[in-house]
Design a protein around this ligand. Structure first.
Ligand code: S3P
Length: 450
């Protein structure tokens, strides 16, 4: 098991770029593969999760050339150009790969099996299998179709109007991709709009798609025209650096070319609300996605309430938000976030465990977490002792061990916590950091540079 020992650092300074957006990179491979003609992709994230999607399409006969790092040329074969995979498709740790591909595979004229690693095989698939079955898909899996491996007998699908009980881009995208192969117009309505990269990219590829707020409609049989796609940096990766820049004293970081799609910028809105000094500069649009440079300066943060409507726009950033909250003045209360329990780990449990090991007071709730900021309680709201509130006196100044539980975002959050001195330890050892490669292979290299 790979571990790392982290010491509190003085400050972070410099200009950096973060790797390409993970969600957009998956979609770029999928849509280019079923488009007619050659698509050039720039800024593709060469992380484990995206390589799983890439390999799946190679297995289905798509020729994909790697021109150089992050630059691909995909020879798309049209909507009906995929061929039956010769082997089981392995999605590894990637929920986006398995769920989006299940939607796409349901409408093919061949049989396929898709599975993943031990973590992914425990995550719920019923959320896509159920609506796809309503479209006429034939999908079998363990636990009554809820768990991978999933066996999919592709067939002609029919359009549905699906009201999703969960705000999830993976559910929405699986249905839209199946909708491409269905007869009629398929619609998906969500309780709160989730990230809309699939809709934006389907539109950029010229399909007949209509999106208004939380409802999307797609017409079956829409052809995709090959094109060039520029993928901006991933705001979910930038989030670790933004939070680090805010909570590590004396820091100033400029993060260049980050995707700032409004369905993804919840982290910036919440950190601004906490008092963070964050500026979006040089706003522009690239391949239908907004992008900007982000300037961050260290700030004094205050605890806030994060509620259900905030969750879809900040779903992957809750672990690092917990670290920011632990460094804030006062309490942060996160509710309506039960979806965190079915991520790469049960992030309510794993973050509470990590925070407690660091000596931060954190309380697990069924749908969220309460975090007592380690920089004390604002005057007039409670006791102020000689030590910061929320820190566990007994463990201060020792070397503390925390575990990622195989979850890349928990691992990176704990590394930032160690660098920022959350809990006031001399050293923090983060165990099981191998998983970082699923989304941000150069994370440590980049941190060392600044
Ligand atoms: C993703 C959607 C989100 C997110 C995941 C990536 C996507 O999952 O957590 O990391 O690319 O569609 P849900 O759809 O389960 O919320």
């Amino acid at each position: 098991m790979k571990t790392i020992k982290i010491k509190k650092i003085k400050s972070l300074k410099g200009e950096i770029t973060v790797p390409g957006d993970k969600s957009i990179s998956h979609r770029a491979i999928i849509l280019s593969s079923v488009a007619n003609g050659d698509s050039h992709i720039n800024g593709f994230l060469e992380a484990e999760d995206n390589l799983r999607t890439l390999n799946a399409f190679k297995l289905m006969g798509i020729e994909i050339e790697r021109i150089k790092k992050g630059k691909l040329l995909i020879h798309g074969k049209g909507l009906n150009g995929l061929k039956e995979p010769f082997d089981v498709i392995d999605a590894g740790n990637s929920g986006t790969t398995i769920r989006l591909l299940t939607g796409l595979l349901a409408g093919q004229n061949f049989f396929s099996v898709i599975t993943g690693d031990a973590y992914l095989r425990k995550r719920p698939m019923e959320r896509v299998v159920e609506p796809l079955s309503k479209m006429g898909a034939v999908i079998y899996g363990r636990n009554n179709g809820n768990l991978a491996p999933l066996a999919i007998t592709g067939r002609k699908l029919k359009a549905i109007d699906y009201i999703s009980p969960i705000a999830s881009a993976q559910i929405k995208s699986a249905i839209l991709l199946a909708g491409l192969y269905a007869e009629g117009i398929t619609s998906v309505t969500e309780p709160v709009k989730s990230r809309d990269h699939t809709e934006r990219m389907l539109k950029a590829f010229g399909t007949d798609i209509k999106a208004d707020n939380s409802k999307v409609e797609i017409k079956g049989g829409s052809r995709l025209k090959a094109r060039e796609i520029d993928i901006p940096g991933d705001i979910s990766s930038a989030a670790f650096l933004i939070a680090a820049g805010l909570i590590i004293k004396g820091s100033e970081i400029l993060i260049k070319n980050v995707g700032v799609n409004p369905t993804r910028t919840g982290i910036i809105d919440l950190l601004l609300k906490m008092g963070g000094d964050i500026k979006l500069l040089n706003k522009r649009e690239s391949s239908g996605e907004p992008a900007a440079d982000i300037l961050v300066k260290s700030s004094s943060l205050s605890g806030i309430n994060i509620t259900r409507d905030n969750i879809p726009g900040t779903i992957d950033e809750i672990p690092i938000l917990c670290i920011a909250a632990a460094s804030a003045v006062g309490e942060t209360i996160i509710t309506g976030a039960e979806e965190l329990r079915v991520k790469e780990s049960d992030r309510i449990k794993t973050m509470v465990d990590g925070l407690e090991r660091l000596g931060v007071e954190a309380e697990e709730m069924p749908d969220g977490i309460i975090i007592k900021g380690s920089r004390g309680v604002p005057s007039g709201r409670g006791a102020k002792g000689p030590a910061p509130a929320g820190t566990n006196q007994g463990s201060r100044n020792k070397c503390i061990k925390v575990n990622s539980y195989g979850d890349h975002r928990v691992a990176m959050s704990m590394i930032i916590a160690g660098m920022a001195g959350v809990g006031n330890h001399k050293e923090v050892v983060v165990e099981d950091i191998e998983c970082i490669k699923t989304s941000f292979p150069d994370f440590l290299k980049l941190l060392r540079r600044i």
